[in-house]
Design a protein around this ligand. Structure first.
Ligand SMILES: [Cu+2]
Length: 137
């Protein structure tokens, strides 16, 4: 089961796009909307691993997630990103600086422990495609 938590683009103060190292400027567009998730930290039971799964398919240069999609993960949890593209490409998660080589039609998995708070951009370098933003904390 894929749990893709989509948050509307929100103009949260204090939240910054982590970097724009790969060219495209960060465009935080859209009207401010109320976040749909509570901001209070959720305490995970010790020993129980919480995993946020993000699955993105890319076809003909288009991603299966809406532009500006923000995926939220509690700090200290695991985020598992599965990306499949119909073309060879390179996936990159900024901030955590995790990359994965994509071969056509073959899912690539990037798994991180979300121990860094912030908003991090996930993109495809070859297609110059921003997939989503990962918000930690
Ligand atoms: Cu990049």
């Amino acid at each position: 089961m894929h749990i893709l938590r989509k948050l509307a683009i929100s103009a949260l103060t204090g939240v910054f796009l982590s970097l724009t190292a790969c060219g495209e400027p960060a465009d935080e567009t859209g009207p401010a909307t109320t976040p749909t998730t509570p901001s209070a930290p959720v305490t995970e039971p010790a020993g129980k691993q919480h995993v946020t799964n993000v699955t993105v398919n890319v076809s003909a240069g288009k991603a299966s997630v809406q532009p500006g999609t923000r995926v939220r993960a509690e700090r200290g949890t695991t985020v598992k990103i599965t990306v499949t593209s119909d073309a060879a490409d390179e996936f990159h998660l900024h901030g955590y600086d995790e990359s994965a080589r994509l071969e056509p039609g073959r899912p690539a998995v990037v798994q991180i422990r979300a121990d860094r708070a912030g908003v991090f951009e996930a993109e495809l370098h070859g297609a110059h495609l921003r997939l989503f933003e990962l918000q930690v904390g």
